[in-house]
Structures are given as C-alpha cells and as structure tokens.
Design a protein around this ligand. Structure first.
Ligand SMILES: [Zn+2]
Length: 253
C-alpha cells in the first residue's frame, strides 16, 4: 500500500534532520535564499543574477547614450525648448563595470558609482500597468494622447493621475500631480500619439525627460519617464538621463 510507504519515509531520520533545521530558523531567513541581485548592462539586458540579499534588487549600468541619440538630430529637435539632456558614462567605463560584475566583484562595481538601483519590481509593474494604457501605437486614439503619472510618497502611499487628451500638433502636454515635493519617486509617460501633417507627422517631443522634467526634480532623487512612442524607459536625476532601457526590460527583472 502506498500509504504505509509514506509513513515509513516520514519516520526516516534522513528526512527528519532537514525538517528540524527548518523549525530552528525563521521563515524570513528561509525565504532569504530566494532573493537575488540582478545586474543589467547599460542596454538593459541581464548580465548576472546573483543569489543573496534580503530583498530582490536590480541594478542597471548607467547609459552610454548621447543627447543626439535620445533627443534627435533634426534641427527642430535641436532647437526645441524642451530638449533635455543626457548624463552618460563612456563605453569604456560601462565595459569596466560589466567586467567587474562578471568577475563577481560586486562591491567594486558598486563603488564605481556607475550602477543605478531600480525601484522594486512590484512597484515598477504597478507603474507599467498605468503607463501602458498608452499602447505605444500612436495616432489619435485618446488613451495614446494622455500623460499618465504615478507618485510614491514618503509615508508609503501611492497615487496616480492623468492629463486630459491632447493633440501633438497643438503644442505640449502636462500632468500636474499633487505634493511632488514629498514624493520618494515620480513616474510619468510621454504619449505616443501622432497626427499626420502632409508628408510629415506631428508627435509629442521629447520622448525622453523634457528640460522642465529635469529642472523640476527634487535634488538627490531620481525619477522615471516612460516614452510610449520610443518604447524606452528613462531614469533621470537633476543632471539628465542616467539610464535607459526597453519598456519590457524595465518591467521584467
Ligand atoms: Zn515629462
């Protein structure tokens, strides 16, 4: 009978030892072993997933993108008053951090100052649900012509808001969340909406953080913009964009 076989196994001392060990530790310590630190390269691709730590943490190597690659090279883009700026590291610096991570020299990698810690994955996924109301397909679909915003406050509360639908041929768009000064972090989207204009197309510019976005940041904090038209997520501080990656990579690890 299979039931008697199971009883015999439970009586086995080999199986009792791990059970007793489990009882002697806390559940949190037990869970500990399931948390990892994830390292992404500057393009947002995973280069290492190292076990350990008490919470899941994800780091990305700072961007090597240039102002021109994030904000465009067309004369109108260069002249646009809302053109922001990028604060990149060199490709050599990025390669050095990546090498340290591959060598498991995690402390040395952190000490370069060229790793950016992402917000917890659960929070990023909640943000993604809001930002992806804009499906990235542009045109005049109302949901693709709205700026969405989420805010996490110092007391742990969270709120979200959105602008009215706007028309990219008629100028800028703005969302104004409440109490931004007491926010831990603030995430908003730049819409994918487009309108035809003869052989050209109107779109919302920039897709990366605007000059106002960068100027209005609380010093010492980082914020996030989802460029729904560019399908990139940008992390920026008061100096400009410090990391950028594909939307799906931002929401994955
Ligand atoms: Zn913005």
């Amino acid at each position: 009978m299979s039931s008697s076989k199971i009883a015999l196994h439970w009586a086995s001392p080999v199986l009792f030892i791990p059970l007793l060990l489990l009882q002697g530790t806390t559940f949190a310590n037990f869970l500990h072993h399931f948390y990892d630190t994830v390292y992404l390269n500057s393009a947002g691709k995973k280069i290492r997933q190292a076990p350990g730590g008490t919470t899941m943490v994800t780091f990305i190597i700072k961007t090597i993108a240039t102002n021109d690659s994030l904000y465009g090279t067309h004369p109108e883009e260069i002249a646009n008053v809302q053109r922001g700026s990028c604060h990149p590291i060199s490709a050599i610096e990025a390669a050095r951090v990546e090498y340290l991570i591959m060598q498991k020299e995690y402390d040395s990698a952190l000490q370069t100052g060229n790793l950016v810690k992402l917000r917890p994955l659960g929070e990023r996924k909640m943000d993604g649900k809001v930002m992806l109301e804009d499906d990235g397909e542009g045109k005049d679909r109302p949901a693709n012509n709205i700026e969405y915003a989420t805010i996490v406050y110092k007391n742990g509360t969270r709120t979200q808001t959105a602008s009215e639908p706007a028309d990219p041929s008629k100028g800028g768009i703005h969302v104004a969340p409440p109490d931004l000064d007491s926010a831990i972090t603030y995430t908003h989207s730049h819409p994918s909406g487009t309108r035809p204009a003869g052989i050209r197309t109107w779109s919302f510019y920039p897709q990366a953080p605007s000059k106002d976005d960068i100027n209005l940041i609380v010093p010492g904090t980082t914020r996030v913009v989802f460029g729904r038209g560019s399908d990139l997520v940008y992390i920026y501080d008061g100096c400009g964009v410090i990391a950028a990656l594909k939307t799906k990579d931002y929401l994955r690890l």
